[in-house]
Design a protein around this ligand. Structure first.
Ligand SMILES: [Zn+2]
Length: 68
């Protein structure tokens, strides 16, 4: 089954409406960052992966930054 190639350390990706990816990364400490704009999770924020993934998806829904 073909899989989208993801950058090292990235565990989930949510595309925004312009096709830029919001990436969820990390195993012990989770964070998200957007390929379409400078947005990213706050340092010292949630370490819960489900919460980080929820924030990443919410950002993907709100963001219209173009992929770099
Ligand atoms: Zn963004």
């Amino acid at each position: 089954m073909p899989r989208t190639r993801m950058p090292f350390g990235v565990t989930a990706q949510f595309p925004n409406r312009s096709g830029a990816m919001v990436n969820v990364a990390g195993w012990a400490i989770h964070e998200w960052y957007c390929d379409g704009c400078p947005a990213r999770s706050k340092r010292g924020g949630s370490t819960d992966q489900a919460e980080i993934a929820r924030q990443a998806q919410a950002h993907a829904d709100a963001c219209s930054g173009m992929p770099k």
